[in-house]
Design a protein around this ligand. Structure first.
Ligand code: ZN
Ligand code: ZN
Length: 427
């Protein structure tokens, strides 16, 4: 390809397109066709398929001043702020860490980023760059959330679909099937419900995903389940370690928020744009000083916190309108009550610091397990009926459970252990 073909940015600044109306997404193919015919050509020459050709934000990727690729985001599909739903770099410019640099850029800017329907090749890049690690030969844990397309995900149980209240996001990928896995009721004994993302063109081409999937049966999912259950502690520690390694923003409090009587440029900007009043700005500042001093907000999420607080009244109004009900969420943020995950240090919605003690507790699973087995045996020897023992065990595990997804899993596993002990005693 001759150099003249490239679109060039003299100031070395990538151009960005975004939609003004949230309901009307940008058509990625149209943007490419209208502006970057050489990228279009490369995509079709290579036979690459844009699986998700709509976005809220389209950003050029530059090599020096040349546009050599693009990345697109959807604001609405993922759990976090930005769901990366396409990235493409001209073949001759690959190997320059465009994808990883993009992740780092977003994370260090304080944004929550997830990947929508990642290809197997993307997962390999995550593995090579400490954003993912193998749990066993095929299962991979990622520190970046993977968003699953709910409408065309498949399930280990026929006719089972992902329902709307479930978060269609996970940290688990199967290299064999080339699929993101969303587990449901993993510890229930009689069923194995595993939702998995659809077969992508790219994975079919490079990893024969489609023919591999043809040979997938119930045993296959059973094995996944068993591997996760038996590697439970590794699962948890790996996720925590990956989370620790993730780059984070490091905002300066005085610069971003300011100290009275001064307001920061950011807060002044919000006042000038009439997003908040001066009184509200002072109120937010006072609240954030208090929270920051008390360790309730970390430096990495100051911007998110500030953005949230400036929108808080609107968000609360919407919550009321939509009949927001957090009682169903197993683990939620103590401040905004939106669902969170046990590995999150801070709330993805409001930036509040989360207490991960429940998670540390989960790590002593082996100790709890031994205690429970001892107790069950003792109760049995004291002549309690199986029903009574199950009842007491259930009371015990539910009092231990602090409401997180993982704890729910552990609770189920412990109850399973109890019933196994009782079963053994019968024989
Ligand atoms: Zn389901
Ligand atoms: Zn929150």
């Amino acid at each position: 390809m001759s150099n003249n073909n490239f679109i060039q940015r003299e100031n070395f600044i990538a151009e960005i397109y975004h939609n003004d109306d949230d309901d009307e997404l940008l058509n990625t193919k149209e943007i490419l066709r209208d502006n970057y015919d050489y990228i279009c050509e490369s995509i079709s020459e290579e036979g690459y398929k844009l699986e998700n050709p709509e976005c809220n934000l389209f950003k050029e990727l530059l090599y020096d001043d040349k546009v050599v690729g693009f990345v697109t985001y959807d604001y609405t599909k993922g759990v976090g702020d930005f769901s990366l739903n396409e990235i493409y770099v001209l073949p001759e410019y690959r190997g320059n860490k465009y994808f990883i640099s993009e992740l780092e850029y977003m994370l260090m800017g304080g944004s929550t980023i997830s990947i929508y329907e990642p290809t197997h090749r993307i997962i390999e890049i995550l593995l090579d760059n400490d954003y993912a690690r193998k749990l066993d030969d095929n299962l991979v844990l990622t520190s970046i959330n993977l968003d699953v397309n709910k409408d065309n995900a498949e399930c280990s149980v026929d006719g089972h679909t992902l329902d709307d209240d479930m978060i269609h996001s996970c940290n688990l990928y199967d290299l064999n099937m080339s699929a993101c896995l969303v587990l449901e009721d993993i510890s229930s004994e009689d069923k194995t419900i595993i939702h998995y993302s659809r077969c992508l063109d790219d994975d079919n081409k490079y990893f024969s995903a489609s023919s591999i999937r043809e040979n997938i049966n119930d045993d296959y999912f059973e094995n996944i389940k068993n591997s996760i259950l038996s590697n439970h502690e590794k699962y948890i520690t790996t996720l925590m370690e990956l989370e620790e390694q993730k780059p984070t923003a490091d905002f300066d409090f005085d610069e971003l928020i300011g100290r009275p009587p001064h307001l920061s440029d950011y807060l002044e900007g919000l006042i000038n744009e009439q997003i908040i009043t001066k009184d509200k700005a002072l109120e937010i500042q006072a609240q954030m000083i208090d929270e920051y001093d008390n360790g309730l907000v970390l430096s990495e999420s100051l911007l998110k916190r500030l953005e949230y607080l400036s929108m808080e009244d609107l968000i609360n109004e919407e919550k009321i309108e939509e009949g927001f009900d957090s009682s169903e969420f197993e683990l939620k943020c103590p401040y905004c009550e939106f669902p969170t995950t046990p590995i999150n240090r801070t709330c993805d919605v409001c930036g509040y610091k989360l207490d991960n003690e429940a998670f540390a507790e989960a790590m002593s699973f082996e100790d709890i397990k031994e205690d429970i087995i001892e107790n069950v045996k003792e109760m049995k020897n004291n002549g309690l009926s199986d029903e009574e023992i199950m009842y007491i065990s259930r009371e015990f595990t539910s009092s231990m459970k602090s409401g997180s997804e993982v704890d729910e899993e552990i609770e189920q596993m412990l109850l399973e252990i109890v019933s196994n002990v009782l079963e053994d005693k019968k024989q």
